[in-house]
Design a protein around this ligand. Structure first.
Ligand code: HEC
Ligand code: HEC
Ligand code: HEC
Length: 399
């Protein structure tokens, strides 16, 4: 009896230690190995590591506390997937050590930030978020700049270079990478649905195409004005002149809406898809009736002026210059669909659905459109040719 009691200490010690060892194995080592295996099986062979600049940007992201407000993890929830895109796979964060997943979303998730916004938007936004997004609570980071949004210091460049890596590896893995991960993924049907949804749900990824809603002209103007003031005035200015507080650092500058006429269909396409390659975002979070109301405000900025009529020899000169110099980009009929149009990230203007005022047309020809492939023509064309073609292109517009 006594002997058995003496042995019980030993049994308890062995049992206790054994239990401890077993829990370490079961709760620590084994899941760790399973995860490692899963990462290995689903990751592409050579995921792209961060460059030196991107690595520095990552350190700045950590230093500035961006992770207090932004997550980098899309959860397996339909609310996350429909807003940001496919749920995060474990391998996507292999270079993220110590990780910057974040736990709180005061701002949006940034896992798929790469190529959603152009650089000029990112710089202007970091310099002064409220200059672009009127009701933003994101703090400004002016010390990353030399006094202006288009003069970032090295630190600012590094940080934006890092933002451009978020989601990059998964995008680079491409359809083969997705197919590979899908077969190797040890996940339930439900998880599979979230993990392999469309990679990026941002409207900015729709680029130039995409069905857009039909807008109508009969909407409440005062409601439209409120919406315009909230969402658009920061860039386009309260009177639509393209001179809002956020406009200074953007290339191309926001369109001067007072100097343009747009068809309703063009406005719908541009509001729904944004303008690819520029800071103009898509506005798919707004209901079609709100977009209609905003479109009415935009059209109201343009004052109807008497159209000058020029002699036919001027028109002929304009037509000749256009066919020689402009049609390869803007298209024979002005639809923005010339043979060279596809090679530019910012599309040549479609002159059939949007008409600049005579002054704006001439200005675009003399100065070019900063930040786009539209170069200045004042050296190559004579004054007479410039004004003839500036006039001629306005004739493409179809109400
Ligand atoms: C106090 C919270 C807060 C902090 C800190 C913060 N942000 Fe934000 N951020 C926001 C909010 C809110 C938004 C959404 C409104 C807006 O776009 O300004 C946002 C938006 C963004 C966006 C736009 C995402 C998109 O495409 O719509 C980016 C990029 C971003 N932040 C990067 C950063 C970086 C980089 C840092 C650190 C240098 C940072 N944020 C720090 C709150 C924060
Ligand atoms: C972050 C700044 C920004 C905001 C906010 C913004 N825009 Fe723009 N917008 C731009 C830029 C930049 C362009 C592109 C100019 C160009 O292509 O030369 C543009 C272009 C446009 C155009 C011309 C599109 C075309 O097809 O040529 C319209 C119309 C327009 N914006 C309306 C709006 C309206 C309405 C809102 C609010 C719902 C809005 N924008 C919000 C920056 C902005
Ligand atoms: C290399 C291609 C290319 C060539 C060549 C070209 N353009 Fe452009 N053009 C563009 C692009 C790109 C834009 C800017 C679109 C934007 O701002 O979103 C533009 C803008 C314009 C605008 C301003 C439109 C507006 O709504 O404000 C006018 C006017 C114009 N071009 C006329 C011409 C004329 C006339 C010629 C020939 C002398 C010409 N372009 C040659 C690409 C080209």
């Amino acid at each position: 009896m006594r002997r058995a009691l003496r042995m019980s200490y030993l049994a308890a010690a062995v049992g206790g230690l054994g239990f401890f060892a077993m829990s370490v194995l079961l709760l620590g080592v084994w899941p760790g190995r399973a995860l490692e295996h899963q990462i290995h099986a689903t990751s592409p062979e050579h995921p792209l590591a961060l460059s030196a600049s991107e690595q520095r940007g990552r350190a700045i992201y950590a230093r500035e506390g961006c992770a207090y407000c932004h997550t980098q993890q899309i959860r397996y929830l339909s609310s996350d997937v429909s807003r940001f895109g496919a749920a995060t796979l474990a391998w996507e964060t292999i270079f993220d050590y110590p990780h910057l997943w974040g736990t709180r979303r005061i701002g949006p998730d940034l896992s798929r930030e790469a190529s959603i916004r152009p650089e000029d938007w990112q710089f202007s936004h970091l310099y002064a978020p409220r200059a672009l997004v009127a009701d933003s609570v994101m703090p400004a980071f002016p010390w990353l700049f030399d006094g202006a949004p288009d003069r970032p210091r090295q630190e600012g460049r590094d940080l934006v270079a890092y933002l451009e890596t978020l989601g990059r590896d998964r995008a680079l893995a491409g359809p083969e990478g997705e197919a590979h991960a899908r077969t190797a993924c040890n996940c339930s049907d439900d998880e599979r649905r979230f993990a392999f949804a469309a990679l990026n749900a941002s409207p900015a990824m729709a680029r130039r195409t995409g069905e857009h809603p039909r807008l109508d002209a009969s909407q409440d103007l005062s409601h439209g004005k409120e919406l315009y003031a909230q969402y658009c005035a920061a860039c386009h200015g309260l009177r639509g002149e393209g001179d809002g507080p956020g406009s200074a650092g953007l290339h191309p500058r926001p369109a001067n809406l007072a100097e343009h006429e747009y068809t309703l269909d063009r406005l719908s396409a541009s509001l729904w898809n944004g303008v690819a390659g520029t800071a103009m975002p898509g506005w798919r979070d707004l209901a079609p009736r709100d977009l209609s109301a905003i479109a009415q405000v935009v059209r109201g900025f343009h004052a109807v002026q008497p159209e000058p009529s020029l002699p036919s020899d001027v028109l002929e000169l304009g037509a000749r210059v256009y066919a020689d110099r402009c049609a390869q980009c803007h298209g024979e009929k002005g639809g923005g669909d010339g043979s060279a149009a596809g090679q530019f990230s910012i599309a040549p203007a479609d002159l059939r659905s949007g008409r600049p005022s005579m002054a704006a047309s001439l200005r675009a020809l003399r100065n070019g459109v900063d930040g786009t492939p539209m170069a200045p023509w004042n050296r190559e064309l004579s004054e007479a040719e410039l004004s003839a073609v500036a006039y001629f292109v306005r004739g493409f517009f179809q109400q």
